[in-house]
Design a protein around this ligand. Structure first.
Ligand code: ASP
Length: 683
């Protein structure tokens, strides 16, 4: 009866359409009717026009809206889906001619007598860590036991609560599900629509587009789209990171600056008369001698002392040399401050700022490729986005060749690790892979917020029960416990831990290397100095250098006084315990002075004019030697000659040109107070 009624209605509408088309045709042209033979090639002249008018007809008839496309097929119509009920038929949904289906879900739920208890459901899912994974030895198992993961555990607990059994079936095309241009759906969504499965349990995102064609339970996990990128490895701090605060060029210029300062200092000190002074103003024998402390060695040493913030005993006296020292110290101040300020950062820096920090950065560049998993909600998020940045990103991803879309998350991770590729993925998986691989990092925040739900065919009778089960699991914290179990790991040190960690040997080891090298060089130089001095003084010596060095060491260790010269040559002891070489007894006057000056070369201050009564055997004593130097003034006299009290003689010597003076005879008592005018004439 139903079919007859339908065909009558269709016939009725067809006649109506023809009538209105002919009426339209008749309005524009006179249509005459004439008989046509089927065998003649003649056609009715108005035939094609009538066909066009037929296609243009639009009208609401008994079978709904009537409209035709260019091919003459009916378009824009709907089919009502009816369900048989004891009391007749009930409309439960509408099918649209553009291939979409709208089920009136509440009507389906009316048969709520259907419960999950004792049902056996087919569950479609997709392999995705850590939601559903194959066990490592899955070949030994059958059916559901092959799988493990967060979703499998959750499904088992749900099945326990709701008393149903299930069979896990991996989705055929390995996709989550996205709409195709022809209106059908791929992936798990497609399997639910086609009733190949009763549930979809996976990291299955709830979207409005999917909600139109399938049903979702309430979400069991919340997440958002995030960007995964590999850690941008900066240079790892090495042994010599302490050099990094300055570029090699700066270090080079500092070296040049140092050499320049040394040279200028040396020259300025030579030119300036105030740097020439008499270190032994009290010794008559030496009062004609002026010294300049800025020898080449000292000129090189003084800036080093300043630069290292240690100073040295050499102090500039003249304005010119003080000027040089001042600017050098100012230079040092800035250099050292900058160095200190930068040092900590350079010793610890391991991760540099990533070149991208947000989706906008990603959209603004082409150097780093980016993409999503193919046929999932992340892809459709960009496809349907109305936000300008995301639209630009979609245009890039869509048109990029070779494709930036990946088949699976694993493929995406591999691509991130092996090329310049940023992977747009959901934050939960991002978190999971980051905890597994410390070379991965998340860039920026989440692009959106959404949830994972359990998918069901539209109008599934189990939706409320499943939702209830999920809420129960959530409230009993089972889901949280499961999440922790499957997302554990996290061996990667947190960003803050990097900061808090003390500096290790790998950060500052280099300075120990420098120290050790310095010590080795120092010992080497000491040996060279020793050998050099023994060679020079011991022409007639039979003892080998090595042996001599050994004895020297032995004495040093046993805290004996230096016995080197005594052992080497027979020495005579003179009154007062002064030891002298016999050869020195025959030396002419100037020799010890030359010796002393030589020693001053390497030590700026030790033998300066001020008295130093407690010095052991050494040049000071030589100075006091009555045979080579003028008879030593009494100790009290030497002390009186310190910079606090200047004796008459000292003053005179200091104020006179050395060449103009003849040394007073040895043993002469200090001259009487000089006449100021005599001084002037002498100059
Ligand atoms: N979970 C997503 C989905 O349901 C997969 C993705 O596109 O990232 O489609």
């Amino acid at each position: 009866g139903m079919w007859r009624r339908l065909s009558s209605a269709l016939m009725f509408d067809a006649v109506h359409v023809v009538v209105s088309a002919v009426r339209e045709l008749n309005r524009s042209q006179e249509i005459g009717v004439k008989p046509l033979s089927c065998t003649s090639p003649l056609i009715w002249q108005h035939g094609t026009s009538l066909m066009n008018y037929l296609r243009m007809v639009e009208y609401d008839g008994l079978t709904g809206h009537i409209e035709f496309n260019s091919k003459g097929q009916r378009t824009n119509y709907t089919l009502k889906i009816l369900e048989k009920h004891p009391a007749g038929h009930k409309e439960i949904g509408i099918w649209y001619s553009n291939n979409t289906l709208a089920m009136n879900s509440t009507s389906l739920d009316l048969n709520a007598s259907e419960t999950l208890a004792n049902k056996s459901l087919v569950v479609t899912t997709i392999l995705e860590n850590p939601y559903v994974m194959r066990k490592s030895n899955y070949q030994e198992y059958q059916g559901n036991d092959q799988y493990e993961g967060f979703c499998v555990d959750m499904l088992r607990e749900l099945a326990d609560i709701l008393k149903f059994s299930f069979k896990i079936k991996l989705v055929d095309d390995g996709l989550y599900g996205a709409p195709e241009p022809n209106g059908s759906w791929t992936g798990m969504v497609g399997e639910l629509i086609n009733r190949k499965a009763d549930l979809a349990v996976a990291g299955f995102t709830i979207t409005s587009e999917r909600e139109k064609v399938i049903d979702f339970s309430k979400p069991f996990m919340t997440l958002g789209i995030s960007i995964l990128y590999r850690v941008h490895l900066g240079r790892k701090p090495g042994y010599f990171s302490f050099l990094d605060p300055f570029s090699p060029a700066v270090w080079l210029f500092m070296l040049l600056a140092y050499l320049a300062v040394s040279c200028v200092l040396f020259l300025a000190a030579r030119l300036s008369p105030y740097e020439w002074y008499n270190p032994h103003p009290c010794l008559r024998e030496r009062r004609d001698i002026l010294e300049n402390q800025y020898t080449l060695g000292n000129s090189l040493w003084f800036p080093v002392g300043g630069f290292m913030q240690q100073g040295s005993e050499i102090m500039p006296r003249a304005l010119s040399t003080r000027c040089v020292s001042g600017v050098w110290w100012a230079f040092t101040l800035i250099i050292i401050s900058s160095y200190t300020a930068n040092l900590a950062a350079f010793l610890t820096v391991q991760r540099m700022e990533a070149p991208i920090e947000s989706p906008d950065d990603l959209a603004d560049q082409t150097n780093i490729q980016y993409g999503t998993i193919h046929g999932g909600s992340t892809m459709t998020f960009f496809m349907n986005s109305r936000y300008q940045t995301y639209q630009r990103m979609w245009n890039y991803m869509y048109s990029k060749q070779p494709s930036v879309f990946v088949k699976s998350t694993e493929e995406g991770i591999a691509r991130v690790l092996n090329s310049k590729y940023a992977f747009l993925m959901e934050s939960t998986m991002n978190e999971y892979y980051r905890s597994l691989n410390c070379n991965l990092t998340q860039i920026g925040g989440l692009l959106d917020t959404k949830g994972y739900g359990i998918g069901m065919p539209l109008g599934s009778p189990y939706r409320d029960e499943i939702t209830l089960g999920i809420l129960q699991l959530q409230e009993s914290n089972r889901l949280e416990i499961l999440k922790r179990r499957w997302w554990e790991g996290g061996q990667c040190p947190k960003e803050e831990d990097h900061r808090a960690k003390g500096l290790g040997m790998e950060n500052i080891g280099g300075i120990f290397v420098v120290l050790i090298c310095g010590l080795i060089i120092a010992v080497f130089v000491a040996i060279m100095e020793f050998v050099w001095s023994t060679r020079r003084t011991a022409e007639t010596d039979e003892v080998s250098v090595c042996q001599e060095m050994l004895t020297e060491f032995r004495n040093a260790v046993s805290c004996k006084k230096n016995s080197r010269s005594r052992r080497r040559r027979p020495l005579t002891s003179t009154g007062g315990g002064v030891l002298r070489h016999p050869s020195r007894l025959t030396l002419a006057g100037p020799r010890p002075i030359r010796l002393i000056r030589e020693m001053r070369l390497s030590n700026g201050k030790l033998y300066s004019g001020a008295g130093c009564p407690d010095l052991g055997p050494g040049p000071q004593r030589l100075l006091e030697d009555p045979l080579v130097a003028p008879p030593a003034p009494p100790r009290s006299f030497l002390q009186a000659c310190s910079h606090v009290r200047i004796c008459q003689e000292c003053r005179r010597i200091q104020s006179l040109r050395p060449a103009a003076l003849t040394p007073p005879p040895p043993g002469a008592s200090p001259p009487p107070r000089p006449d100021p005018e005599a001084d002037v004439t002498a100059i």
